[in-house]
Structure formats: structure tokens, C-alpha cells
Design a protein around this ligand. Structure first.
Ligand code: CP
Ligand code: NVA
Length: 308
């Protein structure tokens, strides 16, 4: 029997596999509606969420439905994983009912324990460690807007020690995208993540700390995310104070070329990490990016569950 495949980290996918998923996502994007094939007909996919979600929940629900399968959503109030029963037991039980699990868990270590016990594929829908489906949608969006990824330059500004930044750092360079991180020293990617990105190879990663001096003349995308991720509420004041100079606003964007798109995984805290003028401006690709969550996740689920 073939080994089940999980997507817990972007590093679970080889470059060729990501490219295959992108090709499939582009095909599926142009082939929606009642005539579209339903390769997962008769399957059930559990959607298990410990945190709130708009995009991830809605896009996976629609993706599963459009592929012909049944999405079984369960919020944490009913499952109470970790208090009512262990992640491993939840995984063992769900594996007897469904063909795959999409899980948004608070802790990456818990997701790992869950996936180790599951006998069906598990997809990470965000943990404190990574947000791999987001990174896939982000790079698909850059690919579409820039006509390819090789040689592109992505500048990530803000909290660079979070799930979104980590997944980007572990994926973008391998696809030929040069990454510049602009962040305060206290919110820089960990040495472990930078070393991992380096081991994986690909385009260079540069970390800078001065948002006024960073050269944006060659930027193809400027990316930011919230300064306070889910579960970090107690750190709000300190984070806002340290990260305010890293706001993506009109003055910053003016230093980038006109072709440069603006990306944000959303939800955004308007007026904090990004201003209305930028988020709603002509260079913003954030709603294409949100839409691409659907197409890339459909491709991922089909690739994982309908045979490769
Ligand atoms: N970008 C993202 O994952 O959004 P949600 O938290 O709303 O799912
Ligand atoms: N870094 C954010 C991403 C939300 C989609 C968080 O974890 O809250």
C-alpha cells in the first residue's frame, strides 16, 4: 500500500510537486461549474478548526464540495481536542470515517502528533509554526501576476517570526524567488528557520532591519501580515510599538516599481501593518491571493487524494 502523504510543512513538497500542483490549480481555475469533473466523489474530508477562520474554512469547504466530496466541519467547541481527548485519539477515530483531514490547530507539535496517528492524509490549515496552503496561494498569485517565479523578488515586511513568513521562507527560494525580510531584530525569523531555508537551497534570503533604507527598486511583491497572530494577544502592545515603523503605506510603496504587487494573507488590521490606500490601491493583489486559496487547495486535495 502506498504511504499516505501529509502537508504539514511546505517542506513536505518537492519543487516538482509544487509545480505540478500549480499547473493543476491553473487548469481547475478555468474549469468550474456543474460540468467540472468530481475526482473525489463519494469521499468525506474532515475540517477541524481550533482557531477562527474565514478564508481557510470557506475555501476548503468549497474546494471539497466542488471536487465532489463532503466537507465535515468541526469546531473546537464540539471536539475539545486536548481536553476531552488527545490529538492522537481524535486522529485515530476520524481516520475510520473520512479520507482526509484538514486541520487548523494551535500548536504545530500537536498537529504533528495528530498526523503521526492518522492513517489518512492530513493538511495543515495553519498552526503556530506554518501556514503552507497560504504560501502555495501566495506564490501562485505572484506567478500569475509576474508571468513566472524564477528571478522574482519578494520583500516581506513586518513580523517575520510567524507562520506565514516561515512557510514563505521555506518555499519561495526553492522556486527561484529571492526573498528580502525587513523586520525588527526581535521579530526576525529564527536562526533555525534561516538555516533550514539555506539548507534547502535556491535563491538567496536577505534579512534587513531598516525599512527606510531597504532598496525596493527591484521588488516584484511586497508582503505583510498582522503584527499579532492568533494566540499572541498578550503581546499586543509590545508588538505594535516595535512594528509601527514597518507599516506598508503609500510612502513605502512609492519606492517600489509600478509592477510591484502587494500581498497580504488577510485578515488585515487596516491602519496597523497596512494602510487602506495600499490595501485598496491598484497594486494590491490581495483578493486574487484570497481567491487562489480555493484553486490551489482544490489542486492539492485532488493531487493528495485522487491519486497522482
Ligand atoms: N489567510 C487566512 O488563513 O485567513 P483565515 O484565518 O480567515 O482562514
Ligand atoms: N499570522 C496570522 C495569519 C492569519 C491567517 C495568524 O497566525 O494569526
Amino acid at each position: 500500500m502506498a504511504m499516505k502523504r501529509d502537508l504539514l510543512s511546505v517542506t513536505d513538497l518537492a519543487v516538482g510537486e509544487v509545480q505540478e500542483i500549480f499547473r493543476l490549480a491553473k487548469t481547475l481555475k478555468g474549469r468550474r461549474g456543474p460540468e467540472a469533473p468530481q475526482p473525489l466523489l463519494g469521499q468525506t474530508i474532515a475540517l477541524l478548526f481550533q482557531h477562527p477562520s474565514l478564508r481557510t474554512k470557506a475555501s476548503f469547504d468549497v474546494a471539497v464540495h466542488e471536487l465532489g466530496a463532503h466537507p465535515l466541519y468541526m469546531g473546537n467547541d464540539e471536539v475539545k481536542m486536548g481536553t476531552r481527548e488527545s490529538p492522537a485519539d481524535v486522529a485515530r477515530v476520524l481516520s475510520r470515517y473520512v479520507q482526509g483531514v484538514v486541520a487548523r490547530l494551535r500548536s504545530h507539535a500537536e498537529l504533528q502528533a495528530f498526523a503521526d496517528a492518522a492513517t489518512v492524509p492530513v493538511v495543515n490549515a495553519l498552526t503556530d509554526g506554518e501556514h503552507p496552503c497560504q504560501a502555495l496561494a501566495d506564490l501562485l498569485t505572484l506567478d500569475e501576476h509576474s508571468g513566472g517565479l524564477a528571478g522574482r523578488h519578494l520583500v516581506y515586511i513586518g513580523d517575520a517570526d510567524n507562520n506565514v513568513a516561515t512557510s514563505l521562507l521555506l518555499l519561495a527560494p526553492r522556486l527561484g524567488v529571492q526573498v528580502t525580510i525587513v523586520c525588527p531584530a526581535a521579530y526576525a525569523p529564527s536562526g533555525e528557520v534561516l538555516a533550514h531555508a539555506k539548507r534547502l537551497g535556491g535563491a538567496p534570503v536577505v534579512v534587513e532591519h531598516d525599512p527606510q533604507r531597504v532598496n525596493l527598486a527591484g521588488a516584484d511583491a511586497i508582503y505583510t501580515d498582522v503584527w499579532v497572530s492568533m494566540g499572541q494577544d498578550a503581546e499586543t502592545a509590545a508588538r505594535k510599538a516595535a512594528l509601527m515603523p514597518y507599516q506598508v503605506n503609500a510612502a513605502l510603496l512609492q519606492r517600489a516599481p509600478e509592477r510591484c504587487i502587494v500581498l497580504h494573507c488577510l485578515p488585515a488590521k487596516r491602519g496597523q501593518e497596512i494602510t487602506d490606500a495600499v490595501l485598496d490601491g491598484p497594486q494590491s493583489a490581495v483578493f486574487d491571493q484570497a481567491e487562489n486559496r480555493l484553486h490551489v487547495q482544490k489542486a492539492l486535495l485532488q493531487w493528495l487524494l485522487a491519486g497522482r
